[in-house]
Design a protein around this ligand. Structure first.
Ligand code: TRP
Length: 470
């Protein structure tokens, strides 16, 4: 129970009576003392809080921008609806069957060799966290600027120059990254997650609403329609092996898959929770966030004449320009970056937590030292990633900067590899147990489809896409 991710101080004395699992969203413990989510809503919100983050608002728009718009969107949606839902459900099942975090759970279900899958997944979470905090730091910086009132500018070429200069500044980027990482560590250490879970109920909808408001403005900019069409109308000639790999990776990333995270969250589910519905909900919210972010940013990209393939700065370059054209733009800017920071933090916490839990579960560390160790190690690995936008931009391995290499290895290789292992474990090795999670529910019809997705489509898609793109 020491590593309950977005939830908190559960009391071991509470029961697992059915109404405890329906009536409130605060976790209670089941009879083995393992905390459980109080309700499906609590679980869905926590998992969605992990999923919705910088992946949607920062990564999705620029990756769509680099890969030709509508066609990419179609492939991305295809991946989410098939592999995405099947693997979300599979990871939840592993957690639910064992009640353990990834490494321990994999060992329990598959034997000693499978523990390695869990360890690699945990390492993956750590590596993702290390570059996630770099971008988290950018969010901190833009929030501070918005508070100072110095972020808005109508001129995107100036905004772009500012962004490039800002991410190249070594001390500033390390300081911002450190601030973001520190916040995440505080949340994990203090166990104030209860606040986060409760706040998530309001702040995530608030982020969605604010995005809708910004979308209204973005869509009414002159020239925006061109961007809308580009985003929504597929041009399948744009699809290459690279595009497929990018879409697959983004689907995993935006659903927080392939790093053992959903396993940990699933391990807190009450025994009577409806897994299939939860998986569909998480996938829907995460995809909706990506879609809204695309609608918010890509039309503006066209309206302001920014190159769609401008890369990781796209969100940070276009958003201030939209705010400059909105009534109360300064306020909107502050609210937006605050909500984005919050969304990024809930995601970062969900990456931080499994790594901490790993040290606690596997090596019996105490929580305090474990948090400090993860904090320091993340800073150490994050620093070169941050510097690779500035003074270390020439340091390249396999033709990529350090940041790009970390992004590539984790999202394009380790996450799909983790997904593949999960699919085989659940679809083949422990299928007789796994199938029981849907038995007796309305989602029972999904069992054969699910198995087909796990054993046929997932391996084919992942291996095929790897083959195409390497
Ligand atoms: N899904 C988050 C985002 O889109 C990132 C994230 C959080 C993640 N936890 C994860 C990705 C676990 C992979 C695995 O911002």
């Amino acid at each position: 129970m020491s590593h309950l991710p977005i939830s908190p101080s559960a009391t071991p004395t509470a029961t697992n009576s059915p109404d405890a699992s329906l009536s409130s969203t605060s976790p209670v413990s089941n009879d083995v003392g393992r905390a459980t989510w109080g309700s499906r809503l609590g679980f869905v919100l926590a998992a969605a809080g992990s999923a919705v983050g910088l992946g949607a608002v920062w990564k999705f728009p620029y990756v769509v921008g680099q890969h030709g718009g509508g066609a990419f969107l179609v492939v991305y949606l295809g991946c989410v609806l098939t592999l995405g839902v099947a693997l979300l459900l599979a990871e939840m099942t592993i957690g639910r069957l064992t009640g353990k975090s990834a490494t321990t759970a994999m060992r329990e279900l598959g034997g000693r060799g499978w523990a390695w899958v869990g360890r690699i997944a945990t390492f993956n979470a750590f590596a993702i966290l290390s570059f996630y905090v770099v971008v988290g730091g950018w969010t901190v910086a833009y929030l501070l600027r918005a508070l100072k009132g110095s972020v808005l500018a109508p001129d995107t070429s100036r905004l772009e120059a500012e962004f490039v200069a800002f991410i190249a500044d070594p001390w500033a980027s390390l300081a911002n990254m450190g601030a973001f990482l520190g916040l995440a560590a505080l949340i994990v250490a203090a166990g104030v997650q209860k606040g986060i879970e409760r706040a998530g109920k309001w702040l995530m909808p608030a982020l969605f609403l604010l995005m809708l408001a910004v979308i209204v403005r973005a869509l009414t900019l002159p020239g925006a329609m061109e961007g809308v069409i580009w985003f929504l109308k597929p041009d399948f000639s744009m699809i290459s092996g690279k595009t497929l790999l990018e879409a697959l990776g983004l689907a995993f990333f935006s659903l927080s898959l392939g790093a053992g995270m959903i396993v940990v969250y699933g391990s807190y589910l009450p025994k009577d929770a409806k897994l299939a519905g939860s998986a569909v909900w998480v996938a829907t919210l995460a995809t909706l966030a990506c879609f809204l972010a695309g609608l918010m940013i890509l039309p503006a990209v066209f309206a302001f004449g920014v190159a769609p393939n401008a890369g990781p700065g796209l969100t940070f370059i276009t958003m201030p320009a939209i705010f400059a054209q909105m009534p109360f733009g300064h306020l909107v800017a502050v609210a937006f970056f605050l909500l984005l920071l919050f969304a990024a933090l809930t995601s970062a916490v969900s990456l931080f937590e499994p790594v901490t839990a790993f040290l606690i579960d596997e090596y019996q560390w105490r929580r305090g030292p474990a948090v400090i160790a993860v904090l320091l190690a993340t800073f150490a690995l994050g620093a070169p990633a941050a510097l690779s936008f500035g003074i270390w931009s020439d340091v390249k391995l396999f033709g990529r900067t350090i940041f790009d290499l970390m992004d590539f290895v984790t999202i394009h290789m380790l996450m799909p590899a983790g997904g593949l292992c999960v699919a085989i474990l659940v679809g083949a090795r422990v299928w007789p147990q796994a199938r029981t999670v849907l038995e007796g529910t309305r989602a029972q019809w999904f069992l054969p489809v699910w198995r087909l997705l796990l054993l046929v489509l997932t391996p084919l898609a992942i291996l095929g896409i790897w083959y195409q793109s390497f």
